[in-house]
Structures are given as structure tokens and as C-alpha cells.
Design a protein around this ligand. Structure first.
Ligand code: C2E
Ligand code: CA
Ligand code: CA
Length: 824
């Protein structure tokens, strides 16, 4: 049976195929980037139904286009089945086409799956015809499937191709693709129709006869309307999502082009957003979805002025999250490259429309450059540009701060005013540039002598001021002034000039010489003028209400330097006796200072100062030389030879050439080494036992005797004591004084005696003042004795007299002896 084709219906079927193809493309593109899972499912179902109906109607209308010379009846179950089939195929289309980046294998799967299923819709639709026997031409039948495979593969390619460009480009691409795809679908259908051979059959039972024309028109009208409505929704949806996307892209662009950094977190404190500036600053240190706590472990914030590290809950984002509004907060941090950055931070909590807490955001600007500029300005305002020292303003500020602290703590502050002597002459003669360099060098030399906590300022051409805060005692100030004098007067090599310059200094002390900065400075300045008047290159302290302790120390120190030249030192000699026989064994030389105005100054008052200033070295040499000379003189005068003991201070024994000095002096004076004994303190011995042993051994070798003075006070390690090759241990006075008292304890003395004896050393007790002490010492086998009970130290001219009237002993038994003092 042959029929003819209604050309309008053929065209109609193509229109349906075209619209269906367009819908397939459009929806596939949406489904390729679904915003949510629900969106995907809803649109997949919606699309599948619309496209399914489209596919089915294309086939049905296409079939109606074929007018056969019989009345047509349709089987409803078959119609239903073919519609369901079409919907399933449509779902498959979307499922396969919505893949983001299809690979070759996806093209193959799509082609095969759709290639097989699409023609089935055609054949199921044809099968809904009743009363007609249908046979198929096998060639065309197969061709329909092949066309379908090619068409399906091509249309996936169309989907991928249409997914780019602006709205109009996409529209054009989609329309073009839909024209081709619609054509392919129509072609598949008509190939299928040609493949079928229709043979009318006997009619059986009741049938549903419908007029093909009106049926075709109504189905087409319904289906096209459904498809168009759906298209309108889809396009609307497209514009909506496009505008949202545009909006968020717009916002992102703004955020990323902001010079300030933005970091936001959600209500749980997890980072939800940061912009490019923030990323530039913190680099990989900042990560999305990370908690503030984790963030806090990677980078820290510091307080602006103190640079004190902030705790986590003090960091701006945490504070903002806790509801605080942060404005103008200056902070420091370190960026991903470890560079210090100063930030100006604003921040606040984020709340939604219903006042629900959404999180917090901070916005910060990098103000490092501004800060540096500010610091530079501040530096220039408070510093002397030439030397880099503080200027008067900063000096006053520091001094005022120090006064506040000192008022609380009760400590002292010293203000030293330094003025270079005759600097103007250098400046005028050699020019300012030389003068400037000289000032810079002077500044550096002074700086090197003071502590970091002290302030050194240049307050005028050649005027410097030092502020020394928080001092417990000011005894060491003269020593510092001494060092400044010494260092400034060292020659300067500036360009090709060798320059010499000295300075005059004055100082005042808080609170004695003033309780406010101005007064203290004024008084130090006045003192400096006095120093100038005294002939320059010296120092002077403010005479107003002077600190007597400092004054005394200063006088001693100034005096000590003259004392040697002016022969103000003398030696006195204190005898040492054999405790059992009372026979003289030697004298200890003890230094005295006959001060021209202060009378006799005891060694305890000036030896420590001499040690501090280093003057002990020349003084010590003088003592050694005088004592040796004197001893030789006594021997030459026919007095029975005895040993002379000389005290060595720790500083002296640290001098490299001590041994050589002693040898030279012995040579010079002609005294035999065995008549010289050196007294070294126990604390010195223990401060560097190895060195001490070496030194003692050297002396031992040439026959000079040694003893450890003040034994028992320096916590000797017995281990070392065994190795010290000394001849004598001198029990410290304090132990002797103790045994004199009622509750006196002789056990220490006993222990020292037996220890010394076991090491082959002699034991001498010093500071013996009473008969009881002497008796006890005798009883406990001490070897020698020294002290007021025997004799105080004697001026040199009284020694011969003492030798004549020496104490006498009366022996009583083997050990127990008694001493009888005559005229001493
Ligand atoms: P030192 O070496 O322990 O000298 C013993 C000190 O005790 C001497 O005091 C002496 O006068 C005093 N003294 C002697 N017998 C008695 C006594 O029975 N009772 C009391 N309470 N004291 C007694 P001086 O002469 O004032 O010397 C004090 C310290 O000065 C010496 O202690 C010594 O360390 C040091 N010294 C003295 N002359 C020199 C010296 O030429 N060079 C060095 N480097 N230091 C010296
Ligand atoms: Ca001594
Ligand atoms: Ca002593």
C-alpha cells in the first residue's frame, strides 16, 4: 500500500524537531553547570518530559504526514509506550549531554546509546497504527540507526561547541546546531518510515478513528506550546543565573581590585573569603575553610607600639566575630616573606536580614610605607642628624621618664655633661667637614663606653650629655668618667690629619643635685664649667649638695694618680712569730696612704678603687720593690734574715708579666728569693685554679714562697687544694675572732690545721688579739701567729726596736706553751 506525504505536516514535524533540538541543547547547557543538586534533578525531569513529548510528537506528526488510502486507527497502549520511551530517551540525552568535558569515550557512549534508542521511538510510534501489517526493508532499517548514531555524536559536539561566548553568540550557535539536529531527527524518522512497508488487514473489533489532519494540528499545537513555554522559563532562568553570576563576578572583581585586604569568616570562625590583597600579603599562609585558630598558628599579630604578640582572642577577626566594631586599629604582622608590615584594620560582625549572625569581616590597609615615613620624621625630630644620637628633646623626654621611675624605685640617675676642649679651634682651622667627622668619632667612642639603657645626646655643637638611669650605687661613675677622658684624648686620624682633643665633664646626680630635668642639666653644666676652670681634660661634679660618698671616691681616685708621683704611700710591717717558740719568722708588708689632706687612709678604702682603675699595677710594683729593698737593707744592716710577705691583688696576678716583674725586682734589689713570700687570696686561687697552679709553680721553682691569704672564706675545693703547691695557709681573721668568743668554735681551725699539715703546708693564724686565742691555737698545733696581741703593723723605723724587744716564750711541757708579752 502506498500513500502520499502531506508536505505541511512534513514541515511541521521538522519544526517540532528543531524546537526539540533547541530545547535539548539549551537545557543540556544549563545542566552542565547546575547551582544545586535539586536544580539538576528538577530540570532533568522537566527537560526529559518536554523533550520526550517533542520527540514523540515529531514522530507522530511525521507519521500523520503520510496519508494512506485507508482510515487510520491508533492503539492507545502503544501511543502511551512510545511517549514513555521518548521521555526515557530524552532523559538519557540530558544525562549524557550534561557531562562537562566529554572525552572520546563519552562521544562513543552517547552516539551508541542514543543511536540505538532514538529510532526505537520512531518504530514504536509506527507500531501504534492498528489494522496495518508492517514489514521493514532491512537496509533502510539499519541506515536509520547509523544516521542516529552519527547524529547523536554530532549533537554532543554541538552542545560542547555552543557552550561559549556571549548570549547572542550562544544563541546563534544553538540555533545553527538545532537546525542541523532537527534535520537529523526528521531524517531518522523518515528513513524509518521508508523502511516500513504497510499492508492493510482485516479490521477487528472497535477502533479509535481520528482525523489525521485535525489530530496532527492539535498535537503539534499542544506540543509546540509546551516546548515554547518551557523554553521561556529556561531562558529566564538563564538570564537570572547569568545576572547573578555577573553580579558575583562583579563583586569579586571589586574585591580583588581593592588595594586593601579583606578577610571574612563565618559564624563558626571558618575563613570563607579573602581577596587578592590579603592573599598577596599572607600568601599560602591563608586558606579557605580554615578556622581562625589554625590561621592564628601560622601568622601572628603584634601590638603597634610595644610589638607585643596578640593572643588569638585579641586578633581583629576574633574580636569582630565577638561583636566588637573595630576601627582604626594599628597592628604589625609579618607577611609570607617574613617582612614586617604595619596594618590599619577595620572590622565588624556580619548579620543577615533577620539579624542572624553570619560571621565577621575585616578590611585592612598596608600602612608600612606611611609608618616608615612617620618613623623617619619622628627620628629626625628626636635625633641629631650628624651623629645619630638623641637630641635635646629626646634627652629631656628620657630624663623625665627616668625621674618618674627613680621616684618609684629610689634609684639614682647620673647626668654627665661633656664639652670638648678647644673644639672651635679645630673647626675654624680645618673646616667644618673635618670638625663634623671628629664629632662623629667622638660620639662613637663615648657610645662604646656606655650601656644600651643609657642615653647619649648631642645637645649643641660640641656638647654631649649622658643620662645613666636606674643606678643602685654611683660608685662606678668616676671610673666611667676616667674612661671617657682616656678614650676621648686618644689621637684621631681624620682624613690626613692626626688630631688630639680633650674634654671637660661635669655631672650631677638625681635626687641630690636636683629633682627635675632642667635643674639636673643646669647643675651638670655648671660642674662642667668648673672642670674647664680647673684646667680642662678633667671632670667635676656639682658642688652644691654633693653626694659625699661619690665625692670621697672621686677624691680618692683623683688622688691615687698623684699619690705615686708624690710619694704618698708608705709600708708598715706586721711581724709573724713561731707560735711555739715565739721566734720571729717574718714581716708582712702592709700599705698605707698618707693623704695630704685626709690623713692616713687604710688600704681597704683605696685598694678596691686602685683595682677598678688599674692603678693597682703600678702601686703593686711599688709595694713589691719597696718591701724587697727594705728587707735587703735590713739584711745588709746585719739583722738576722727573715722573710718579707707582700700582698698581691687579684688584678695584679692576672697581669701576664707578673712573674717577670717579680724576678726583675729580686734581681734589682739583690734580695734572695727565699726571703720573699707572696700572699694570694683564696678567692683568686679558686677563680682559675689551673692558672693559679701554674703561677705558683713558677714561683716555687725560683724559691719564692707563697701563701693563701684569708683561707676559709673562698670555698676552696679540696681537690684543688691538694694540687696547690703553696707553702702556707693563712687562716682568715674571722675564724680566729670566733674562737675568742664564748661560744667560739675551734673545730674549723682544727680542721684547717690538720688539712694543711696533711698537705705539708704551714698554718698561720692572723688577727690574733687575745691570749685565749693564742693558747687555743697553740694547743691545736697552729704553726705561726700574727695579730695585735703580738704587734700591730709597725712603721719601718720601729722595726729594729721591735726586733730587740721581741716577745719571749716560756716552754711548759711539750705542746702547751704560754706566751708572755713584754712591751709590745
Ligand atoms: P690582709 O692581707 O688580710 O691584712 C691583714 C689586715 O688585718 C691588715 O689590715 C692588718 O693591719 C689587720 N690586722 C692585723 N692584725 C690584726 C688584729 O689582731 N686584729 C684585726 N682586727 N686586724 C688585724 P690593713 O693593713 O688595713 O689591710 C687590709 C687589707 O688590705 C689587707 O688584708 C690586704 O688585703 C690589703 N692590703 C694591704 N696592703 C696591701 C698591699 O700592699 N697590696 C695589696 N694588694 N693589698 C694590700
Ligand atoms: Ca695579707
Ligand atoms: Ca688576711
Amino acid at each position: 500500500m502506498h500513500g502520499t506525504y502531506n508536505i505541511y505536516f512534513v514541515f511541521l514535524s521538522y519544526v517540532i524537531a528543531f524546537i526539540a533540538s533547541y530545547i535539548a541543547l539549551d537545557l543540556s547547557l544549563h545542566l552542565r553547570k547546575p547551582s544545586t543538586r535539586t536544580f539538576y534533578v528538577v530540570w532533568l525531569i522537566n527537560g526529559a518530559v518536554v523533550l520526550g513529548i517533542g520527540l514523540w510528537s515529531l514522530n507522530f506528526v511525521g507519521m500523520l504526514a503520510y496519508i494512506m488510502p485507508i482510515r487510520m486507527a491508533y492503539s492507545l497502549p502503544w501511543v502511551g509506550c512510545s511517549i514513555v520511551m521518548a521521555i526515557l530517551v530524552a532523559a538519557l540525552v540530558f544525562f549524557l549531554y550534561s557531562k562537562k568535558n566529554p572525552q572520546v569515550k563519552d562521544y562513543l557512549i552517547t552516539g551508541t546509546a542514543l543511536g540505538i534508542t532514538i529510532p526505537i521511538i520512531t518504530y514504536m510510534t509506527i507500531a501504534s497504527l492498528e489494522d496495518i501489517k508492517i514489514q521493514y526493508r532491512i537496509g533502510l532499517f539499519i541506515l536509520s540507526f547509523i544516521t542516529s548514531v552519527i547524529g547523536a555524536t554530532l549533537s554532543l559536539w554541538c552542545v560542547v561547541k555552543s557552550d561559549k561566548g556571549s548570549f547572542s553568540t550562544r544563541l546563534r550557535l544553538k540555533l545553527e546546531s538545532a537546525l542541523i539536529m532537527g534535520g537529523t531527527l526528521t531524517a531518522i524518522h523518515y528513513i524509518g518510515m521508508y523502511a516500513a512497508v504497510f499492508t492493510p488487514q482485516e479490521m477487528e473489533g472497535e477502533h479509535l478513528y481520528l482525523d489525521p489532519i485535525s489530530l496532527g494540528i492539535s498535537i503539534s499545537a499542544i506540543v509546540i506550546s509546551i516546548m515554547l513555554v518551557s523554553l521561556v522559563f529556561s531562558t529566564d532562568k538563564y538570564f537570572l543565573s547569568q545576572s547573578l553570576r555577573n553580579k558575583s563576578e562583579f563583586m569579586e572583581t571589586i574585591l580583588n581590585n581593592m588595594s586593601g585586604g579583606v578577610i571574612a569568616c563565618d559564624a563558626q570562625g571558618k575563613i570563607t573569603l579573602f581577596n587578592r590583597s590579603a592573599a598577596d600579603l599572607f600568601g599560602s599562609l591563608i586558606k579557605l575553610k580554615e578556622s581562625l585558630h589554625e590561621l592564628g598558628t601560622r601568622f601572628s599579630f603584634y601590638k603597634d607600639l610595644t610589638n607585643e604578640r596578640l593572643n588569638l582572642d585579641e586578633t581583629p577577626l576574633c574580636r569582630a566575630l565577638n561583636g566588637e566594631k573595630i576601627s582604626h586599629l594599628e597592628l604589625n604582622t609579618y607577611d609570607s616573606k617574613g617582612q614586617k608590615r604595619s596594618l590599619l584594620v577595620e572590622g565588624q560582625e556580619l548579620r543577615g536580614g533577620d539579624d542572624e549572625k553570619l560571621g565577621a569581616v575585616i578590611v585592612f590597609n598596608d600602612i608600612s610605607q606611611a609608618k616608615l615615613a612617620e618613623e623617619d620624621l619622628k627620628y629626625r625630630a628626636t635625633h641629631d642628624v650628624l651623629t645619630g644620637l638623641s637630641n635635646r628633646m629626646l634627652l629631656l623626654d628620657r630624663l623625665n621618664q627616668a625621674i618618674v621611675r627613680a621616684n618609684r624605685s629610689g634609684f639614682n640617675i647620673t647626668i654627665i655633661f661633656i664639652d670638648l676642649d678647644l673644639f672651635k679651634i679645630i673647626n675654624d682651622a680645618l673646616g667644618h667637614s673635618i670638625g663634623d667627622k671628629l664629632l662623629q668619632t667622638v660620639a662613637a667612642r663615648i657610645r662604646a663606653l656606655i650601656r644600651n639603657s643609657d642615653t647619649l645626646a648631642r645637645i649643641g655643637g660640641d656638647e654631649f650629655v649622658i643620662v645613666i638611669p636606674d643606678q643602685i650605687n654611683i660608685d662606678k661613675i668616676p671610673l666611667l668618667l676616667e674612661r671617657i677622658l682616656e678614650n676621648i684624648s686618644r689621637p684621631y686620624q681624620i682624613e690626613d690629619h692626626e688630631l688630639n682633643v680633650t674634654c671637660s665633664m661635669g655631672f650631677s646626680v638625681f635626687p641630690d643635685n636636683g629633682t627635675d630635668a632642667e635643674t639636673l642639666l643646669k647643675n651638670a653644666d655648671a660642674a662642667m664649667y668648673q672642670a674647664k676652670e680647673k684646667g680642662r681634660n678633667t671632670f667635676q661634679f656639682y658642688e652644691g649638695e654633693m653626694n659625699t660618698k661619690v665625692k670621697k671616691r672621686l677624691e680618692i681616685e683623683n688622688g691615687l694618680r698623684r699619690a705615686l708621683v708624690n710619694n704618698e704611700f708608705i709600708l708598715e710591717y706586721q711581724p709573724k712569730l713561731d707560735i711555739q717558740t715565739g721566734k720571729l719568722v717574718g714581716f708582712e708588708a702592709l700599705i698605707r696612704w698618707k693623704h695630704p689632706t685626709q690623713g692616713l687612709i687604710p688600704p681597704n678604702e683605696f685598694i678596691p678603687i686602685a683595682e677598678d682603675t688599674g692603678l693597682i699595677i703600678p702601686i703593686g710594683k711599688w709595694v713589691l720593690k719597696t718591701a724587697c729593698e727594705q728587707n735587703k737593707a735590713w739584711q745588709d744592716a746585719g739583722i738576722e734574715p727573715f722573710c718579707i710577705s707582700v700582698n698581691l691583688s687579684a688584678r695584679q696576678s692576672k697581669e701576664r708579666d707578673l712573674f717577670a716583674t717579680v724576678k726583675d725586682i729580686l734581681n734589682e734589689t739583690g734580695l734572695k728569693p727565699k726571703y720573699l713570700e707572696l700572699e694570694l687570696t683564696e678567692s683568686l686561687a679558686m677563680s682559675n685554679p689551673k692558672e693559679f697552679i701554674e703561677l705558683i709553680s713558677q714561683f716555687r721553682e725560683i724559691g719564692v714562697k707563697t701563701s693563701i691569704d684569708d683561707f676559709g672564706t673562698g670555698y676552696s675545693s679540696l681537690n684543688y687544694l691538694r694540687q696547690f703547691p703553696v707553702n702556707t695557709l693563712k687562716i682568715d681573721q674571722s675564724f680566729i675572732a670566733a674562737i675568742g668568743s664564748k661560744k667560739g668554735d675551734v673545730s674549723i681551725v682544727k680542721a684547717i690545721v690538720s688539712l694543711g699539715h696533711s698537705l705539708n703546708m704551714k698554718i698561720i693564724a692572723e688577727g690574733v688579739e687575745t691570749k685565749e686565742q693564742l693558747l687555743l691555737l697553740q694547743e691545736h698545733d697552729c704553726d705561726e701567729v700574727q695579730g695585735y696581741y703580738v704587734s700591730p703593723s709597725l712603721p719601718v723605723q720601729e722595726v729594729p726596736q721591735f726586733l730587740k724587744t721581741n716577745v719571749k716564750y716560756k716552754r711548759r711541757g711539750r705542746k702547751k706553751t704560754e706566751i708572755k708579752k713584754d712591751e709590745v
